[in-house]
Ligand binder design. Structure first.
Ligand code: ADP
Length: 514
């Protein structure tokens, strides 16, 4: 048996997956690699096997301490000489580790980016032979940028300090921009880029309009996923606790998880969720990286994720066992406005974050197959899936050009300073405090939009925001700018065609109990 095969069986598998093999061969010939595959795609095996095949120590940089200790533990069980360099080691343990590394008694060394970029650690790495560097979750370089984990952006120095050691960057869901930015920051411009498909064809995708979100969730849990385990993602910590509490009172066993909980609370809830089938985890995005639980049957988003990458990565936590699974995302105009506001308030990285959010809006508002729209963001061209809410339901569309023209002119005539709610009231001809205040009755468009309901006007606003006919003000989100693009709509040169709205059904608490 050759060495490559031996290593594979030592790691507990029978066959390499095609991309794993390509990555390993490239690393063993000294080439840098960027491996982009969805979570669960088996990326770790690529650097573990290459590290065991080559002489020297494979140094693995990973952002999550819990993930590293878990991997090291599993490798040790298989008899692989893996260690974890972290600040919890006492001086004696550190000396032992140093001596083991120098005497070639360790094959894989895990550490955090913060640890790696310490000058003393960088110096120390020069004192033994290194087979490769693996940078796990490399999308954090661009996603977290310099704000959350500044050390991630300093990893470029590896290529300078160790020009002959191959580097493999690993990442979950990415678009071309993220791949480019990883290559640039790690100085991997000429690396081999390996991408596997991001499609998770066993997961049904539903995206629908939000109304009475709690009752919509109840319908989903009761009618679509009774007794199953799943994750419900919310934006705020408080909401995770409230929703979990509410579900528990209805007899639906639920836990919560967010960053403000203590480590032990988090561990307990994670353990309960992973062991008890039929439990619902209501969580913020803090419940994420490294979660690999086979029996998660659904993922629900009650609030908007911040990007297509975040959304699809979270959706991908369902159906890890390959069996049918479901995802449901609920949103409305308010969610879009809040998401934009949230990003505008972030201290850094606003521009690329805004771009990602706009990409996401276009996926949400896009016509046709949901899966096709999402995958095209990841540069994958697929046929209609036949399995998402659009493919299974109605694909009807309406021409909303005239309504869009009314709305755009009203924004123009009110100088973009009126909130959307007031614009809608004006179009509907409602005499309210707000419309009286701006003397809306004197506007020629007052009451000229009665052919549509409030919800339809909101959907037009969503569409015009997503396709950047209008932009919310940079300094104040309460002002609206009409973009150059909108001129063509006003002149009738561009038609606004929209997919029909889909409202997800509701189930009231009393219906559940009766
Ligand atoms: P990723 O890092 O891409 O999220 P992991 O490396 O955690 O994925 O692997 C996901 C799962 O796939 C693990 O349970 C792992 O044991 C399994 N796996 C990886 N490679 C293979 C293989 N060649 N054959 C069978 N199972 C594999």
């Amino acid at each position: 048996m050759n060495l490559k095969k031996q290593v594979l069986s030592r790691l507990g598998h029978a066959e390499y997956r095609p991309l794993q093999e390509e990555a390993i061969d490239a690393l063993c010939s000294g080439q840098d690699v960027l491996l982009a595959a969805p979570t669960g795609g088996g990326k770790s095996l690529a650097y573990q096997a290459a590290g065991l095949i080559q002489n020297g120590v494979a140094v693995i940089v990973s952002p999550l301490l819990s993930l590293m200790s878990q991997q090291v533990e599993e490798l040790n069980k298989k008899g692989v000489r893996a260690k974890f360099l972290n600040s919890t080691l006492n001086p004696g343990e550190q000396d032992d580790l140093v001596s083991a590394l120098r005497h070639n008694h360790i094959d894989l060394l895990y550490l955090s980016p913060e640890k790696l970029v310490q000058p003393s650690v960088m110096g120390f790495l020069h004192s033994f032979e290194i087979s490769l560097f693996a940078i796990d979750e490399a999308h954090c370089i661009s996603q977290w940028g310099s704000y959350f984990r500044p050390e991630y952006s300093q990893l470029g120095q590896l290529k300078v300090a160790f020009p002959t050691v191959p580097i493999i960057a690993l990442t979950g869901t990415v678009d071309k921009n993220t791949i480019n930015s990883i290559q640039e920051s790690l100085q991997l411009e000429s690396c081999l880029v390996l991408r596997s498909s991001f499609d998770r064809s066993n997961i049904n995708i539903q995206i629908a309009q939000k109304r009475k979100a709690k009752q919509q969730i109840l319908y989903f849990l009761h009618n679509e996923m009774p007794g199953e385990s799943g994750i419900i993602y919310c934006r705020s910590r408080k909401k995770t606790e409230e929703l979990a509490h509410w579900l528990n009172t209805l007899g639906l066993p639920s836990l919560s998880y967010h960053a403000a909980m203590t480590d032990s609370e988090k561990q307990v809830n994670h353990k309960l969720f992973s062991e008890q089938h039929g439990t619902i985890m209501v969580a913020t995005t803090a419940y994420g990286m490294g979660i690999d639980i086979a029996h998660v049957r659904f993922v629900v988003h009650v609030d908007l994720p911040s990007s297509p990458e975040a959304y699809f990565q979270e959706v991908g936590r369902a159906g890890r066992d390959g069996k049918p699974a479901k995802s449901l995302l609920l949103y409305g105009l308010q969610d879009m406005l809040q998401a934009q506001q949230f990003i505008a308030l972030q201290p850094s990285g606003a521009e690329s974050d805004t771009q990602r959010l706009m990409d996401f809006f276009r996926i949400l508002e896009g016509r046709g197959c949901r899966r096709k729209n999402i995958l095209s963001h990841f540069d994958e061209d697929v046929l209609d899936c036949g399995f998402c809410d659009r493919c299974l339901g109605s694909k009807s569309e309406s021409n909303m050009t005239i309504a869009s023209q009314k709305l755009l002119s009203l924004i123009y005539h009110t100088k973009g300073v009126q909130p959307f709610s007031v614009l809608i009231q004006t179009l509907l001809g409602k005499r309210t405090k707000a419309t009286n205040l701006i003397k809306a009755e004197s506007l020629s468009l007052f009451g000229k939009g009665k052919e549509l309901a409030e919800a339809q006007w909101k959907s037009i606003i969503r569409h015009l925001i997503a396709y950047e006919y209008i932009t919310l003000g940079q300094s104040s989100l309460f002002t609206v700018h009409i973009n150059e693009k909108a001129r063509a709509v006003l002149k009738g040169d561009v038609q606004i065609i929209m997919s029909s709205e889909r409202y997800y059904p509701i189930l009231n608490e009393d219906q559940l109990l009766s």
